[in-house]
Design a protein. Structure first.
Length: 341
């Protein structure tokens, strides 16, 4: 019988359609079309095809010897410069779209899947994320930095098969972020504990939805998964700011991210997916009681959502999601994949 499950993080209800019991073979994704290396604008030697370089990790001073590179997006969602203004037009609020929008090119080699990068290279990508957030931390215009990845055509990744991710800085806080912050604060006010730390503790005790775990990180299929094979990665150490990861945590995150993406690739034939790093907003406001408990009540994490099903009228009309694979089954199938495959 189907179950209604409530997401403790944002209070969203999800229908887990257990009677359908979709198995991995039901979601096998067709292999992507091959692309000639010479046609890719993100490969080494094609630097003239991308916009200005904003940051790079290099082995030496040679411009072509980059390991990870950040370039300005050619068609940015937000303008990189300009004075921020706010105004009202009747009951409507307007803010000019000043912010940041960058592309993180994760390797100079023509590799389409992040799962195929080695752990050291993924660690370099994570290090680059941290540096970009630190770069914008003092920008008075920006309230939030979002790190996300669109992998595959169905996930918004485009037709260029070169692994990359994006950084966006916005002058307002995201609705989903606010929902998480408000629920986390309510939970902390009542229990005097972090909601996310309690989730980690309970999932480790039950061991029904844990996919992978190492010294510093744990990956689970969330109790109220919106999508089949959705996976969340948490740091075991409580921290609200992703950019505060230490060297050990960065390496552990690289290892568990490679492990989880590798399992998804093998099990589901390299499916399209998105991942988003959920982190706390910048805190510059000096108003009394503003963000006074966020260091205690919020916990950064990374959410991976494979695009195996389509969001249709019921989901758009109700805000409910329908997940056709119980997270317990998804975790079981993922754990059965050979590690490092």
């Amino acid at each position: 019988m189907p179950e209604l499950r409530k997401d403790p993080v944002v209070g969203r209800w999800v229908i887990v359609a257990t009677e359908r019991a979709a198995r991995p073979k039901d979601f096998k994704h067709p292999a992507p079309a091959e692309q000639k290396v010479g046609e890719c604008p993100f490969c080494r030697g094609k630097e003239e095809h991308t916009y200005e370089e904003l940051y790079a990790l290099r082995d030496d001073g040679n411009p072509s010897n980059w390991r990870v590179k950040v370039v300005r997006n050619k068609t940015p969602f937000l303008a990189p410069s300009g004075e921020l203004w706010r105004k009202g037009k009747g009951l409507y609020d307007l803010i000019n779209a000043v912010g940041a929008h960058e592309i993180v090119v994760e390797t100079p080699e023509h590799i389409g899947s992040m799962a195929d990068l080695d752990r050291d290279q993924i660690e370099r990508v994570i290090y680059t994320y941290v540096q970009r957030i630190k770069q914008y931390k003092e920008d008075k215009h920006l309230k939030y930095m979002m790190i996300f990845k669109n992998s595959g055509w169905e996930a918004g990744g485009g037709r260029v098969l070169h692994t990359r991710s994006q950084v966006i800085g916005t002058p307002v806080n995201m609705k989903r972020v606010k929902e998480e912050l408000e629920n986390a604060k309510r939970y902390f006010d009542y229990h005097d504990r972090c909601l996310f730390c309690d989730v980690i503790r309970q999932e480790r005790e039950l061991n029904e939805r844990v996919v992978s775990e190492n010294k510093d990180m744990i990956a689970i299929c969330p109790f109220a998964s919106r999508f089949p094979y959705e996976v969340w990665i948490f740091p075991k150490r409580h921290s609200c700011d992703f950019y505060m990861v230490d060297d050990d945590e960065r390496r552990s995150l690289a290892g568990i991210l490679k492990d989880v993406l590798g399992r998804l690739k093998v099990l589901l034939n390299d499916p399209p997916y998105n991942y988003v790093i959920h982190t706390a907003p910048f805190r510059r406001n000096t108003h009394k009681k503003y963000w006074t408990t966020i260091e205690d009540d919020y916990h950064w994490h990374l959410e991976i959502t494979p695009r195996l099903t389509k969001v249709a009228g019921f989901e758009w009309g109700t805000g409910f999601y329908i997940c056709t694979t119980a997270p317990e089954n998804a975790a079981k199938f993922l754990k059965e994949v050979e590690a490092g495959a």
